[in-house]
Design a protein around this ligand. Structure first.
Ligand code: AMP
Ligand code: MG
Length: 357
């Protein structure tokens, strides 16, 4: 922040390669043409890619029924995108935000579930993850096309902070309504929506009999079962400073791996990078962690915790992960240190580390 809260020009970076970098975190598989089915490892092998939820979505599945199931799963993610996108006029989240301070809004069952879960993670992370962070996201505009290269003044931040608070959201489970009681409040489900999409897609694939698949929604990767040859899936954790280098190779079966961080979407001023992940407690972009990778059974849990760890920083992030028996993480701090939570190796089939910077 500049002294006296004066606006200062900054260079704005939003790299279109973000979509492609999502592949770095995706599972290492045989290269198939973008979309379609073939025979691989003696089984039907189907893949579909799409740009949804502001990122690259890639689903690959094996076995009988994979073809129809992959298409259906992608359609479901498309539907969720249209419900959760706060910038899309008429979406559930857009309508809830429009009615802030006015009245409750009836939403789709999927939206209600995700809001409920987002509030749960607000509580679990002590407010590091807060789905009412929308007013601050709008103020900073990091990673958005409308960004004018300026940073907000302390007064502006203070004003917006007063409208943030997950505990204020009023849910009515019987009526399936969401109500933001104060004018200026605004939901942003961006930190949990990708995990929710992965989870629902995995549920659908399982219902259709698929026992081996990979679902990558941006940095959220879910390994459904093992690979068709029975081996674990492999997920690479990218070096935030060098796109061609991996800091770790993880082998995983039946679990989710989510990587969050400010190294793809950021504002830069005088060599300092401002992440698109905002600390809802002080209104500033999270700065202590460059990237956080979280492993958990459930993709939403991995998604929520990865974003929260970016806000909490290395020490508090590790403490949070160590307090949860079903989660673990790899944290890369601003000074290039690679920190592992105590259960990191236990939740993975194998971990190969290449070290920090
Ligand atoms: P992710 O990519 O999962 O880390 O989510 C980042 C997105 O979530 C951002 O682009 C914002 O839309 C939103 N967001 C930023 N900071 C937070 C936060 N502290 N809690 C909840 N959502 C956030
Ligand atoms: Mg997240």
């Amino acid at each position: 922040m500049t002294p006296g809260g004066k606006k200062k020009r900054m260079t704005f970076f939003f790299r279109p390669v973000l979509l492609w970098m999502a592949l770095i975190f995706s599972l290492t598989l045989l290269c198939l043409p973008a979309g379609g089915c073939g025979i691989g490892k003696g089984q039907v092998e189907c893949r579909e890619d799409a740009v949804l939820m502001d990122t690259l979505v890639s689903i690959k599945a094996y076995g009988e029924g994979a073809s129809a199931a992959v298409g259906e799963a992608m359609e479901m993610i498309r539907k969720m995108d249209s419900l959760f996108d706060r910038y899309r006029e008429g979406s559930d989240v857009w309508r809830v935000n429009e009615m802030a301070g006015v009245g409750p809004v009836l939403v789709d069952d999927l939206t209600f579930q995700l809001v409920e879960e987002g509030l749960f993670y607000g509580e679990l992370t002590g407010g590091a993850l807060d789905i009412t962070v929308g007013p601050l996201v709008d103020l900073w505009q990091i990673g958005r096309e409308g960004n004018d290269g300026g940073i907000p003044t302390p007064n502006e931040i203070e004003k917006r902070l007063s409208t943030v608070g997950y505990w204020k959201v009023v849910l009515d489970g019987n009526k399936r309504t969401v109500f933001l009681p104060e004018k200026g409040m605004s939901l942003d489900l961006g930190a949990v929506a990708k995990g929710f999409a992965s989870r629902r897609a995995a549920e659908l694939l399982r219902e259709r009999g698929v026992r081996s698949a990979s679902i990558a929604v941006g940095g959220n990767v879910y390994a459904l079962g093992a690979r068709p040859d029975g081996k674990p899936w492999q997920v690479g954790v990218k070096d935030p400073w060098s796109k061609d280098r991996l800091v770790a190779k993880l082998k995983v079966t039946g679990r989710a791996v989510d990587t969050a961080g400010g190294y793809e979407r950021f504002l830069e001023v005088g060599g300092l990078r401002f992440s698109h992940i905002i600390d809802p407690r002080c209104g500033q972009p999270a700065s202590k962690v460059v990237s956080a990778t979280v492993v958990a059974d459930d993709p939403v849990r991995a998604d929520a915790l990865a974003t929260a760890v970016c806000v909490l920083g290395g020490e508090d992030g590790l403490a949070l992960l160590d307090s949860l028996p079903d989660a673990a993480g790899l944290i890369i701090t601003g000074d290039g240190k690679v920190l592992l939570s105590s259960r990191f190796s236990a939740l993975l089939e194998d971990v190969q580390l290449s070290g920090g910077r």
